[in-house]
Design a binder for this molecule. Structure first.
Ligand SMILES: *[C@@H]1O[C@H](CO)[C@@H](O)[C@H](O)[C@H]1NC(C)=O
Ligand SMILES: [Ca+2]
Length: 230
C-alpha cells in the first residue's frame, strides 16, 4: 500500500483514518467449481478392521466389488458398524455413490445409512442423515443428498453386522471460503474525504495497485474519519 501516492499536502491538511475492507474469494473454488469425487482426497476410517480390508479401499477409485480383489473395506462383526471419510474441508455434496460387495452377501448392507456433517460426536454417526438404504443389489447406487459437510459416514445402526464397502464416491464442490483482510490507512489529505467521489477515486487507486489475483472485491468498510488528537 505504500506505493500508493496521494496528493501532496498543502495548507490546512487534515489527518484522516481510512479503513478499507478487502474481500477475497478462494481461488481454489473458482478453479474447481464442478462436481468431482472428493472422497479420493479424503482419509477413511472404520469401526474395526477385518483382516486387511482397510477403510481406504472404499476410496481407492476402483469399484471392483469382488472381495478378493482387495478394493473393498470390511469391518468385523460390530454392533452398529460404521465407515467414515474425512474430506478435510467443507464440501457441498450433491450425491454419494455406493458400490456394494458383489461376490457374496449383498444383503449385509441392508439398513445402512449415509450421514453427512461436521461433527465427530459418536464418530460422526450423529450427523444429519441423507438416506436409509433398505437394501441394495450387488452393484452401484447413486444417492442424492444435497448436503454440506466435511465427514461422510456409512453406518448400519442397531445390529451386529459386517460393513463392506467396495467404493464410496462423494460428489461435491468446495464451499466458497471468503477471507477478509482489513487495511487501516493513515494519511493526510487536503481533499474532502467525506466526499463520495473522492473516496471512489482512492478506491480505484487501491484496486489498480493489484494486490493479489484472488482479490476481486475491494470496498470501504467504514467511512473515513478524522484522526482524534489527544
Ligand atoms: C448421480 O446423481 C446425480 C444427481 O443427484 C447426477 O448429477 C449424477 O450424474 C449421478 N452420477 C452418476 C454416476 O450416475
Ligand atoms: Ca474400491
Amino acid at each position: 500500500m505504500t506505493s500508493i501516492s496521494f496528493q501532496k499536502m498543502e495548507n490546512s491538511q487534515r489527518s484522516m483514518h481510512l479503513y478499507l475492507g478487502i474481500c477475497i474469494l478462494s481461488l481454489q473454488w473458482i478453479l474447481t467449481y464442478q462436481q468431482v469425487n472428493v472422497a479420493l482426497r479424503g482419509i477413511a476410517t472404520q469401526s474395526s478392521l477385518y483382516t486387511y480390508y482397510y477403510a481406504s479401499l472404499a476410496i481407492d477409485g476402483n469399484r471392483n466389488s469382488v472381495l478378493s480383489a482387495s478394493s473393498c473395506s470390511h469391518t468385523k462383526a460390530d454392533y452398529g458398524p460404521w465407515w467414515r471419510v474425512d474430506l478435510l474441508v467443507l464440501y457441498d455434496i450433491s450425491n454419494v455413490i455406493i458400490t456394494n460387495r458383489g461376490d457374496s452377501s449383498p444383503d449385509r448392507i441392508n439398513g445402512a445409512e449415509i450421514h453427512i456433517g461436521n461433527s465427530l460426536i459418536n464418530n460422526g454417526n450423529n450427523n444429519p442423515r441423507c438416506v436409509v438404504i433398505p437394501s441394495m443389489p450387488a452393484g452401484t447406487i447413486n444417492y442424492t443428498c444435497n448436503m454440506r459437510g466435511r465427514y461422510v459416514n456409512v453406518i448400519i445402526p442397531n445390529i451386529v453386522q459386517y460393513l463392506t464397502l467396495c467404493e464410496v464416491e462423494v460428489n461435491g464442490v468446495p464451499v466458497p471460503v471468503f477471507k477478509k483482510a482489513f487495511l487501516r490507512i493513515n494519511f493526510k489529505s487536503i481533499e474532502d474525504l467525506s466526499n463520495p467521489t473522492m473516496r471512489d477515486k482512492i478506491l480505484q487507486k487501491v484496486k489498480s495497485a493489484n494486490i493479489q489475483p484472488a482479490v476481486f472485491q475491494v470496498q470501504w468498510t467504514k467511512e473515513p474519519e478524522l484522526e482524534k488528537r489527544t
